[in-house]
Design a protein around this ligand. Structure first.
Ligand SMILES: *Cc1c(COP(=O)(O)O)cnc(C)c1O
Length: 374
């Protein structure tokens, strides 16, 4: 018997193993120039990112959590305002709202795990001011329905696009639908830095200008303090690393979609599993597969069986929606989200997975479902 292949859920060492030469050159160049804070690489990255997303402005910040906070702050969200967002998201989405003294209000998700517009509309009150669609797992939510909802009730949209760089819906990129959006470059994200990093994107000159001031203590280029702000600058060294990874991004996304296609081929229709929409399921959507989050009737057993076979998996957000963390005080009745957290499991999904690893993952899942069926 050959030794079993081990496929970790995510491989944090893979980028440096595969592209170490490119990063070393950048490190040498940036460090020898001593170019660390708000230097040429930040500016170049911002320009390239804006172009990639299809918006006028991108502003590099410390991380996506700060990015959401700065975007909402710059867009004028006032304390006491209610903000609609899905319960199936990272705590950061609600944390940004809360930090500004506003009130997160949690909506249910649909079968594709992104926010359900019908659930969101039911939660609108006279105090609702904003809506944060979370473009979860690399998939853009139903922005036609959400844009109509926002227009009908006078809400601003700020996207949490942390998981969706490059995703498209009706020929528009994730991050281009609202007044502003935030992206994350956390190492495990589609475009990963070697540490924390993020960006705000917007078509609005005023919001872009405000975020530029806010991320650097309210200071303008001359150093004059023009308003209150904070420190959430994108490190220049991280920007230089991100420029390297941005050059690979289209290929990386296509690799993820190819893996999603293979998962789909082998596992679609298998009893006891509900798969996410496949990469070619809808002509109006281009999903980028930040995660491959399926639902399994026997999730815990599947997870254990995969673990025994050397396949790493994860349940998003530690297995709970935001309404299920008592410390947050956001309890709500969200039946579909509850069901998702009882059943959801993420399979390994990243651009550095080899074909034999992908085959090991699908065969392991398939073998489990066959054993369950007898
Ligand atoms: C990763 C993530 C964030 C936070 O990103 P950071 O850059 O770590 O602050 C926010 N929302 C979602 C949906 C995420 O996946």
């Amino acid at each position: 018997m050959g030794k079993t292949l081990r496929v970790p859920f995510f491989d944090y060492q893979a980028p440096f193993r595969e592209r170490g030469g490119e990063y070393r050159a950048v490190f040498e160049d940036v460090c020898s120039r001593g170019a660390f804070i708000l230097q040429a690489e930040v500016e170049e990255f911002e320009q390239r990112l804006a172009k990639f997303v299809g918006v006028r402005h991108a502003i590099g910040v410390g991380n996506a959590t700060d990015g959401l906070t700065l975007a909402l702050w710059a867009a004028g969200l006032e304390p006491g305002s209610e903000v609609l967002l899905p319960a199936h998201t990272f705590v950061a989405t609600a944390g940004a709202v809360r930090l500004l003294g506003a009130v997160p209000v949690l909506a249910d998700c649909g079968d594709d795990h992104v926010i359900d517009p019908v659930s969101a509309e039911r939660l609108v009150t006279s105090r609702t001011r904003a809506l944060i669609p979370v473009q979860l797992n690399g998939r853009v939510a139903d922005m036609d329905a959400l844009s109509k909802l926002a227009a009908d009730h006078g809400l601003m949209i700020v996207e949490d696009a942390a998981q969706a760089l490059g995703a498209r819906y009706r020929d528009r990129g994730a991050g281009s639908f609202g007044v502003a959006a935030a992206f994350s470059f956390y190492p495990a994200k589609l475009l990963g830095a070697f540490g924390d990093a993020g960006a705000v994107v917007t078509d609005s000159d005023e919001i872009a200008e405000a975020v530029r001031l806010l991320r650097d203590h309210g200071r303008d280029r001359s150093g004059a303090v023009r308003r209150w702000g904070m420190n959430s600058r994108l490190d220049n060294l991280q920007a230089a690393i991100l420029l390297v990874n941005l050059r690979h991004l289209r290929g990386d996304i296509e690799r993820r979609r190819a893996i999603g296609r293979r998962y789909e081929e082998v596992l679609r229709g298998v009893p006891g599993l509900a798969l996410p929409p496949g990469p070619d399921a809808e002509p109006d959507r281009y999903d980028v597969f930040q995660n491959y989050e399926l639902e399994a009737a026997s999730r815990d057993e599947l997870r254990d069986a995969l673990s025994c076979g050397g396949v790493g998996t994860a349940v998003q957000w530690g297995g709970r929606g935001l309404h299920q963390f008592p410390a947050l005080g956001l309890a709500a009745k969200l039946p579909r989200t509850d069901q998702v957290f009882d059943r959801s499991l993420m399979l390994p999904m990243h651009q550095f997975l080899r074909d034999d690893e992908v085959e090991h993952v699908v065969r392991s899942v398939f073998r489990f479902t066959e054993a369950q069926a007898v």
